[in-house]
Design a protein around this ligand. Structure first.
Ligand code: FCA
Length: 340
């Protein structure tokens, strides 16, 4: 047989192999493993990467495939649902890029008969009310925020700072309910502990990432050159990191800034630095539980018809600092996230 002919046959075989794989992937077959989606708004955050890793662990335990998809905006979210349906998936877990997409996401999911569980951020309906009929698993936002405020105050006392020259920089994202509840909880704790209300300053961030929070922090710092020490409040690690970076730009250091984040896994690089910064620590909830449990509930719903509870709040949280973060992450089976 000539080389060209051999090549053609090989190419034909290859094409048919590719077609059948993609046809299987697209339309599924009765022998296929169950497929479930896991859609997240910010795949660059360690939080969501950890959820994905633990969703995969649930998949290994129950023998389903987790289709992990990044959905940074509404268009990508709706397209992802089309793709999931075409690949034969039976449902998905989602942390939406925008809670207001809730009704559109549910309409599309229903049109394909897909089951939906929300994680971390709750959907809101056209009237701005939470869509409480869609199962949700999230961290106990107000409580964890409250703990952030308590820990900031405690560390301030520990350092014997003069409260009269200290202020709170609270970087807000009020349109996201979980962010609003965390920050409000934190401010409540600070007020209850006795921090002067008139020096708790709020500033909104334009985006939920380090650059957005950095800009917000900078705009606050120029308005308050009189402040000698800052406590930094924010809804997650990146928000607080942005605030800390802004203070550094104005010459502040670990000696006059205390920032405590939320998420924990987003603080590992910072806490691993050879020198301490104003980012003192982070509250580590349970991205492992969120990732595993949300898709496990979806699996039981799809496979056995067991409806998940409408609301699951995960309350466990531990403060990690430079002193204990390796040990605490190890305890949760997250030690591999720390660079050795
Ligand atoms: C929100 C935040 C994330 C994480 C999650 C639990 O979605 O944006 O960083 O804190 O809640």
């Amino acid at each position: 047989m000539g080389t060209i002919k051999k090549g053609l046959i090989a190419a034909a075989l290859l094409t048919s192999a590719l077609v059948s794989t993609s046809a299987n992937a697209l339309f599924g077959s009765s022998n296929d493993e169950l497929k479930l989606g896991y859609l997240v708004k910010q795949p660059e955050e360690a939080w969501f990467q950890t959820e994905w890793a633990f969703a995969d662990k649930a998949g290994a335990k129950y023998h389903f495939e987790t289709l992990k998809m990044a959905v940074p905006d509404g268009e990508k979210t709706l397209n992802a649902i089309d793709t999931l349906a075409a690949s034969g998936a039976k449902g998905f877990v989602i942390c939406t890029p925008d809670p207001k997409l809730g009704p559109a996401i549910m309409a599309k999911a229903k049109s394909y008969g897909l089951k939906v569980i929300t994680v971390d951020d709750q959907f809101i309906n056209a009237k701005g009310k939470p869509m409480t009929d869609v199962p949700l698993i999230m961290m106990a936002a107000s409580e964890i925020g409250y703990r952030q405020g308590q820990e900031l105050y405690k560390e301030m006392l520990h350092r014997k700072w003069d409260v009269n020259t200290t202020a709170v920089m609270a970087i807000t994202a009020d349109e996201l309910d979980t962010a609003r509840r965390r920050v409000d909880g934190s401010i409540k704790a600070l007020k209850e502990a006795g921090f002067p209300v008139e020096r708790i300053y709020r500033v909104p961030t334009k985006s939920n990432d380090i650059p957005g929070a950095f800009d917000a922090g900078n705009s606050m710092l120029v308005q308050h050159p009189e402040v000698k020490q800052w406590l930094i409040v924010g809804m997650n690690d990146n928000t607080v990191l942005g605030g800390v970076r802004a203070t550094e730009g104005q010459g502040f250091t670990k000696d006059n800034v205390i920032g405590i984040g939320i998420n924990g896994v987003g603080a590992i690089n910072e806490l691993s630095k050879s020198k301490a910064t104003g980012f003192y620590g982070s509250l580590l909830p349970s991205p492992d539980v969120h990732g595993f449990k949300s898709i496990e509930m979806l699996y039981h719903w799809v496979k056995d018809g067991v409806e998940p509870p409408k609301m699951t709040q995960v309350k466990d949280v531990v403060l990690i600092t430079r002193d204990n973060f390796r040990a605490e992450l190890d305890k949760k089976g997250l030690g591999n996230l720390v660079k050795k």
